[in-house]
Design a protein around this ligand. Structure first.
Ligand SMILES: *Cc1c(COP(=O)(O)O)cnc(C)c1O
Length: 379
């Protein structure tokens, strides 16, 4: 799709928001109807058809921010991801996934795909040639996620998209961590972009939603499965998501700024072992990240404390301990105690998840207030 001349900041406010033409109000009204007239329309409006006014307002704003021709808004990130996968795959097919996947996606791949006769291979996403080596005649999908959770590894989006195109394979990316502000994979040749809107898009830790952005043709294919699987989002939540999206760019810019400053501070502190943030020059994926994340390196980072991370986290005052991410408030989690709790310490160590690893979702607070909180908790 041709990129708009307008900046992301302007698009986040104006794109897709119809306002209220009846009373000339600035804000899109809530259209809660689940029943619409069927005469004189190609397809009647219905929430599970993904075509009601509040769903379309969200979709169009996201399309503008991701430079996508079309899209769909879902009731969760998992609904978006699994609907896209099942729409692209059938019995006998093979798919290649980056091994460092969001835990929920990895678990879904391992448990659901084989039940439907779909085979898969997991590869280290840091080396694009791994995807090409894993291709079989029946490979239909290559799926990546960058920056990855929880150690912020970087996958070269353009390199993977090029491999997929060369072999006629559909490429999918989970763009949740970067958000549409920092990284636009469609510009780099990716076919389908998925989001957990529960994170940066919602941004206030109070909404669960998801989205898929793609071409008109692929979105139509996904839609044909989506109306069967039924993971649509209700009008009231859509209305809140539209409202959230108006400040997405502002929020993420502050999160980028805070995360970079905090990563730089942690990298020089003797009480910290390792810092994982793609914005640091020392990060192995820094050069690729710099090229493919023009908006910034994101609000997610992780680090290893030398002493017990659990004690460190208990001493934090401003920064809250919580799962999930992408909210306006800064939060920390221990992957060893949450997302990776089912693995043995040795298994965790093998994938770089040390028991003292702290995953940090940086919020929009004042940078120095956050650094001061970290300082007092480390001491
Ligand atoms: C949270 C998350 C998901 C799943 O989204 P839900 O909205 O919880 O269904 C998928 N991918 C990433 C990277 C996530 O952080």
């Amino acid at each position: 799709m041709k990129k708009s001349q307008l900046s992301k900041l302007t698009q986040s406010v104006h794109a897709g928001s119809p306002g209220d033409p009846q009373f000339k109000g600035l804000v899109t009204p809530v259209f809660p109807s689940s029943a619409y007239d069927y005469e004189g329309v190609p397809v009647s409006l219905y929430p599970r058809y993904f075509n009601t006014p509040n769903q379309l307002a969200v979709t169009e704003k996201l399309m503008a921010l991701e430079n996508a021709e079309d899209g769909l808004v879902f009731s969760s990130g998992m609904a978006a991801i699994l609907t896209a996968l099942f729409a692209m795959l059938k019995k006998g097919d093979h798919a290649i996934f980056q091994a460092d996947l969001y835990g929920g996606t990895l678990h879904a791949v391992i448990t659901e795909l084989p039940r439907f006769g779909i085979d898969y291979t997991l590869v280290d996403g840091q080396f694009p040639e791994n995807f090409e080596k894993a291709i079989r005649p029946e490979t239909r999908v290559i799926y990546i996620e960058t920056p990855s959770n929880p150690t912020l590894k970087i996958t070269d989006i353009q390199a993977v998209a090029t491999i997929a195109h060369k072999h006629g394979i559909v490429s999918i990316i989970d763009n949740t961590f970067a958000s549409p502000v920092n990284q636009n994979p469609i510009d780099l040749g990716i076919d389908i972009v998925a989001h957990s809107g529960t994170k940066y898009i919602g941004g206030h830790s109070d909404i669960c939603c998801g989205a898929v952005l793609s071409t008109k043709a692929l979105t139509k294919t996904i839609w044909e499965s989506a109306i069967h699987f039924g993971g649509s989002l209700d009008a009231h939540t859509c209305w809140l998501v539209e409202r959230s999206l108006k400040t997405l760019v502002l929020r993420v810019r502050q999160q980028n700024l805070n995360a970079l400053a905090i990563a730089q501070f942690l990298a020089t502190d003797a009480r910290v072992n390792k810092v994982f943030y793609p914005g640091l020059i020392s990060h192995p994926g820094h050069a690729v990240a710099k090229a493919q994340m023009p908006g910034g390196f994101g609000g997610m980072l992780s680090f290893e404390t030398k002493s017990d991370a659990h004690v460190f986290m208990s001493k934090l005052k401003l920064i809250k301990r919580a799962v999930s991410l992408g909210g306006v408030e800064s939060t920390v989690t221990s992957p060893a105690r949450t997302s990776h709790v089912k693995m043995s310490p040795a298994e965790r160590q093998a994938i770089g998840v040390n028991d003292n690893l702290v995953r940090f979702s940086v919020g929009i607070e004042e940078t120095n207030d956050l650094i001061n909180d970290i300082k007092q908790a480390l001491s």
